[in-house]
Design a binder for this molecule. Structure first.
Ligand code: ATP
Length: 223
């Protein structure tokens, strides 16, 4: 049985917080690989402040270079309109078939909004969830963070260290090393001409300088 992690995000830009948490999750869940999935039009973020998708993709490519168990998927960029996780998971479910277990990786801050996502109940029938702690967001995962409407469909499994849904898929909380880095702060640092050293891979930093990104005019572009 193959185990594939799917890590969605705006990656505007990708940083060491994303990369380090993915690496820890890869190791501790013994995944075969992790696919990074930049989103085109995230339904939950203000798109007018998001850098063009092609540039975010280039930065993800630069960041993943040299790590054989990390790869990139442009599935959400190739689709018209907004990025809905349920469609992305269904896409990978179809691509890999049932002998593969899919693990949807996201931060607790993002998971707490899951009940506002399109057809979110279907997601729990398609894949496992790995819910990471997020530095600066001090809540720890507990049963009350499961969507209220679905709580009765879960039970806690001591051996699996997670909440198992009646579909057989689980929600697994995972504490990761706190790297208090956010894309928001990195963008602010660029705009204010402050250092971003040691917050993101040097190749990504160079790319941003070379292309003069995250200056006031660039954050207006969408796509
Ligand atoms: P922004 O500051 O623009 O909102 P972000 O830094 O939160 O961006 P996203 O691309 O939105 O980055 O994040 C994708 C996923 O990675 C989310 O599930 C988020 O919770 C998680 N994540 C982001 N930064 C970290 C971090 N430092 N440690 C752990 N998880 C993180």
């Amino acid at each position: 049985m193959k185990k594939i992690g799917l890590f969605g995000g705006t990656f505007n830009p990708i940083h060491f917080g994303h990369l380090r948490s993915a690496e820890e999750i890869y190791e501790s869940f013994q995944l075969d690989r992790i696919i990074f999935i930049p989103s085109a039009y995230p339904p939950h973020k203000k798109t007018e402040r998001i850098l063009a998708a092609s540039l975010r993709v280039e930065m993800v490519q630069l960041a993943l270079a040299g790590n054989a168990h990390f790869s990139l998927s442009e599935v959400e960029l190739n689709r018209q309109g907004k990025s809905y996780s349920v469609e992305t998971m269904a896409h990978f479910r179809q691509q890999f078939g049932t002998p593969t277990d899919l693990y949807f990786i996201l931060g607790l801050d993002a998971f707490l909004e899951v009940n506002t996502w399109k057809q979110y109940t279907d997601l729990f029938e398609l894949c496992h969830f790995i819910i990471m702690t997020r530095p600066g967001f001090e809540k720890k995962f507990s049963a009350e963070h499961l969507p209220v409407e679905l709580a009765r469909h879960f039970w806690y499994d001591d051996q699996k260290n997670g909440y198992v849904h009646r579909s057989g898929y689980g929600v697994f909380p995972k504490e990761i090393t706190a790297l208090d880095i956010s894309s928001t702060r990195i963008r602010e640092n660029f705009q204010k001409r402050r250092s971003v050293k040691y917050l993101l891979p040097p190749a990504v930093e160079e790319f941003i300088y070379r292309n003069k990104l995250y200056q006031a005019k660039d954050i207006e572009s969408v796509g």
